[in-house]
Design a protein around this ligand. Structure first.
Ligand SMILES: Cc1cc2nc3c(=O)[nH]c(=O)nc-3n(C[C@H](O)[C@H](O)[C@H](O)COP(=O)(O)OP(=O)(O)OC[C@H]3O[C@@H](n4cnc5c(N)ncnc54)[C@H](O)[C@@H]3O)c2cc1C
Length: 158
């Protein structure tokens, strides 16, 4: 939803819930603090610094259509409130397997005929690519563990 001012926007958003969950004064305080940082060429705000750093790359500077501006700049209005929904993007864990992607039971032994590959087996981050969930490294591990599972299953049934 949109509105010309923080107070009007918050009022509209609060109408969506049983109780008014948002405090307009608190939100205005945060936005004004952030806007001060945008106006400051030597901003201490890590997010503003990050945006400026990223925009030193010419592709991003030209391709991003919204240039950084004060949120409360009337020329950039109206203000927009967006409802966000939480979802699980990565599991970072799951079913323990051996190198043949055979699922291991709580006793640490393979469960007969059960294989696990991909995110559910902890390949959405970490695994073959180290301990951290580095962006772009998930599909490789998912495919690799899927291949291992497929090969092991084929060998078992052969
Ligand atoms: C927004 C987003 C961006 C991403 N970008 C990248 C990227 O750039 N590079 C990269 O490497 N990785 C990326 N990833 C991670 C990568 O896409 C996933 O790790 C990978 O697709 C997981 O594959 P998967 O087969 O293990 O699981 P999934 O693709 O989640 O497959 C699981 C399947 O099981 C089905 N299922 C669930 N429950 C049941 C049930 N009870 N019965 C039958 N079927 C069921 C689901 O419907 C689903 O189709 C991204 C992930 C997201 C969400």
């Amino acid at each position: 939803m949109t509105a010309p001012s923080v107070e009007q926007l918050v009022e509209k958003m609060n109408e969506l819930t049983d109780k008014p969950l948002l405090d307009a004064a608190g939100i205005r305080r945060q936005i004004e603090a952030r806007d001060l940082q945008i106006a400051n060429p030597y901003a201490k705000d890590a997010q503003v610094q990050g945006i400026r750093n990223a925009r030193r790359y010419i592709g991003d500077r030209l391709g991003r259509v919204a240039t950084p501006h004060r949120i409360l700049d009337p020329a950039a209005g109206p203000l927009i409130g967006v409802k966000l929904h939480i979802l699980t993007r990565k599991t970072l864990g799951g079913i323990q397997t051996d190198l043949d992607s055979r699922a291991l039971g709580t006793d640490g032994k393979p469960v007969e005929g059960l294989y696990a590959a991909g995110e559910v087996a902890g390949f959405g981050g970490g695994g073959v690519h180290g301990y951290n969930a580095l962006e772009g490294t998930f599909l490789g591990g998912c495919l690799f563990s899927g291949r291992a599972a497929g090969r092991a299953a084929a060998k078992q049934t052969a």
